[in-house]
Design a protein around this ligand. Structure first.
Ligand SMILES: [Zn+2]
Length: 332
């Protein structure tokens, strides 16, 4: 399933492809994708004539913002967007087509058919399912060490399920939670409410660096994930712990283990992430090997050091121009 970095990559790609285009008509051939409004004919007619202003994101949801209407789209397991000329043959499993006035089409393909689309008036989307209960947005300026501590510190569940809960922090799935916990040296089954502030700060930085590196690499391509137009992400080559069971840990050389936490396959190093905690912190007494340091390089910085960088990339005016996006994996 695409996680935040993959959806962010799709968002950037789509920004370069569809911003500025005007929808002439919409064709839905699989009604179950359309969750709001109930009537798919209304979905089709309400979108006609609107111009796409910006492609935003909330957690793993894309927010395609138009003049007077917002489309919230979740790719779920295998949903994909692609831009085509209307003369090109429509591939199998294409369920929704947005026909633009310039003769191109945005096609939504979804083999598993789990993806969803909701239509809202601008701003209304935040007060309704599926966005209403979403938690902190890790690449936003509001994601500070303090906000993260408040969201997690009182949870009585194990830390891994707490991080997977989209009502606390959005966008983290199985892969990046394993990566972040490894980087922070925290055992996935550690109760969230017994983590120290220092451990939570390490985890905060680990989440930021993991997600940022993955976004910069264009997301992972575990299983069939590809970005908006069919190019594989590259971050899978940088995964340090996920999928590496049996291989030597990149920090200490001990075999990486795989277990099940909260029903999810979970990868961890029993040496770097000991069950009682103190994996990283316990070694800061001088016995620490160079490779066992937390990956986050900065010391204590207030606020979210990375959000600024992303803030500049959110809108259509950001560095992601259409030509860059095309280079970023666009099938035309
Ligand atoms: Zn290790």
């Amino acid at each position: 399933m695409p996680e935040l970095p993959e959806v962010e990559t799709v968002r950037r790609t789509l920004t370069g492809l569809i911003v500025g285009k005007t929808i002439q008509s919409v064709t839905v051939s699989l009604p179950r994708i359309i969750q709001r409004p109930d009537d798919i004919r209304r979905f089709e007619t309400e979108l006609a004539g609107h111009q796409i202003l910006e492609v935003g994101r909330r957690g793993k949801f894309l927010r395609i913002m138009m003049d007077g209407i917002v489309l919230v789209s979740h790719l779920r397991m295998e949903g994909r967007y692609g831009l085509y000329n209307s003369s090109e043959p429509v591939e199998k499993h294409t369920h929704v087509i947005f026909h633009f006035t310039d003769g191109t089409e945005l096609r939504y393909k979804d083999v598993r058919q789990f993806g969803t689309m909701h239509l809202f008036l601008p701003g209304e989307e935040f007060n309704h399912k599926p966005l209403v209960k979403l938690g902190l947005e890790p690449l936003d300026e509001s994601f500070t060490p303090d906000a993260f501590r408040k969201a997690i510190a009182k949870r009585t569940t194990k830390i891994k399920p707490a991080l997977l809960n989209q009502e606390y922090v959005v966008g983290l799935g199985n892969i990046y939670v394993d990566e972040a916990l490894f980087r922070a040296g925290i055992h996935p089954e550690h109760p969230a409410n017994t983590l120290s502030n220092a451990e939570l700060d390490l985890l905060y930085e680990a989440i930021l660096t993991t997600l940022t590196e993955a976004v910069d690499a264009g997301g992972s391509s575990i299983k069939s994930y590809v970005n908006g137009q069919g190019e594989m992400g590259m971050f899978q080559h940088s995964l340090r712990i996920y999928g590496r069971q049996g291989e030597p840990c990149q920090n200490c050389g001990q075999p990486v283990e795989k277990t099940v936490v909260g029903g999810r396959g979970t990868h961890f190093c029993p040496n770097c992430q000991p069950p009682g905690g103190r994996g990283r912190l316990g070694k800061s007494d001088g016995s620490e090997k160079p490779g066992t340091k937390p990956s986050a390089k900065s010391g204590k910085k207030p606020g979210n050091p990375i959000a600024k960088k992303f803030a500049g990339k959110q809108g259509p005016e950001g560095p992601v121009s259409s030509t860059e996006s095309t280079g970023n994996g666009v099938r035309r």
